[in-house]
Ligand binder design. Sequence first.
Ligand code: UTP
Length: 289
Amino acid sequence: MPKPVKKVVIPVAGLGTRVLPATKSIPKELLPVVDRPLIDYVVSEARDAGIEHVILVTGRGKSAIEDYFDHAFELEATLKAKGKNDILANVEKTIPRAGDLSYTRQQAPLGLGHAVWCARAIIGDEPFAVSLPDEIVPHRPGFLRQMVDAYENVGGNLVAVEEVPQKDTSKYGVIAPKARKENLIEMTGMVEKPKPEDAPSNFRIIGRYILQPDIFPLLETQEKGAGGEIQLTDSMNKLNARQTFHACICEGVIHDCGSKLGWLQANADLGIKNDEFGAALADYIRARL
Ligand code: UTP
């Protein structure tokens, strides 16, 4: 049995340039989908996967995320005094147990690899998960739960993947496959944004990873990759030369809310599934088409 995964790193220090100007003065990770911010979906998914400790890698202008996970005494007292107990319960359930959430700060958005490296002292010498908060998985079991279950069988390192049309490979990081067994593909590496004719597969990497701590010395070199950023993929490729990596084909839908279209699609999808107003929203959309 491999060492259990108890911690998740959630990097939230990026600039969110693809959804500007919305993200000029609010963090991308607090954009709402229906009634909850993106970060809430990702933290809930981690909790459901049995993760005990969440590490948020924050940056300048992101302190509203810390407030979201804290008590808001005036708000809570007002809701209580007015007897709005359902709303109060909904607000209170977002707050983690004290000490279950840590923050570390990435002083400059130098890339995803650098953001993950910033969490090294809190992770220590154990395997850990990484979840990117702009990709949300609304259904259960979430992708991280499915990956933790797979990890318990195969150990090593895992990335989540989904199949995309071959013509779209140049938009994503894709895996180079070795052998497939049911929903797990052993990998030989990852390629960033390959042309369709050069792509080693059409499985794109999604923002969910399980990594061994051996990734940290590789990130430590701070080597810049694509776009002049310190890329996580570059160090994962180096680690793949000496440790196993499996791609986990997860069941269910993931919404990429880091783009305007993806965020609107997530709101439409979850909106029409909402118990309270989903049917009314679906009627409205039909009428508008
Ligand atoms: P993205 O590349 O999707 O986010 O990184 P971004 O850089 O904020 O967005 P764009 O491309 O400019 O629109 C995925 C996650 O990694 C975090 C982001 O906050 C996001 O949650 N991230 C990215 C960091 O924490 N630090 C970085 O240096 C880069």
